[in-house]
Design a protein around this ligand. Structure first.
Ligand code: APR
Length: 175
């Protein structure tokens, strides 16, 4: 039986010993609340100093930094869209975030990567449609890149874990 290369995990992404964790940042890359705040707190002050040199990141793109004091070697910072009721191409921008993060992961020989629910907190993106985008983009990358051994979709609470799990299984049925 093939080991699932895409799975859901519930907890604090900063504790994961994977090659890369993804940060749901803002365009300044200078930290914030939510998972951004947790990652900066856990990674330590060197992360902020490193991010200052990146001069920000446009929505839909991604940047990579070391993980510093985190157990993960890399942090891939991406900026998800703020939800405006599907009036500003939000779904395409969110899909672009996943693709940009996965492209950077592959370029840096990352084999295991964990994603938070990008844009599903402060940025207000509806969780169900965000989960469908996350699963679709991750499955597409796994099909193309054998070097990607493990993708974890991280939920911080049980509600998001249930949504991601249901989406993952619904997707598997359609293969
Ligand atoms: N581990 C995993 N997931 C987490 C953690 C954590 N430690 N903390 C929060 N989350 C989850 C939230 O529950 C949510 O489901 O991450 C998801 C994304 O929520 P936010 O962190 O609010 O990110 P986002 O909605 O993309 O908004 C980004 O918030 O923190 C600021 O600087 C950030 O301006 C940016 C904006």
């Amino acid at each position: 039986m093939q080991v699932a290369r895409l799975s859901v995990w519930q907890g604090d992404i900063t504790t994961l010993s994977v090659d890369a964790i993804v940060n749901a940042a803002n365009e300044s890359l200078l930290g914030g609340g939510g998972v951004d705040g947790a990652i900066h707190r856990a990674a330590g002050p060197e992360l902020l100093a490193c991010c200052r040199d990146l001069n920000g990141c446009p929505t839909g793109e991604a940047r990579i930094t070391p993980g510093f004091r985190l157990p993960s070697r890399w942090i891939i910072h991406t900026v998800g869209p703020v939800w405006h009721g599907a009036l500003r191409n939000e779904s395409a921008l969110l899909a672009a975030c996943y693709r940009a993060c996965l492209a950077l992961a592959i370029q840096n020989n990352v084999r295991s990567i964990a994603f938070p629910a990008i844009s599903c907190g402060v940025y207000g993106f509806p969780a169900e449609s965000a989960a469908r985008i996350a699963v679709a983009e991750c499955k597409a990358a796994l099909a193309l890149h054998a070097g990607l051994e493990k993708i974890l979709l991280v939920a911080f609470d049980a509600k998001m874990a249930a949504i991601l799990t249901a989406t993952l299984f619904a997707f598997d049925d359609t293969v």
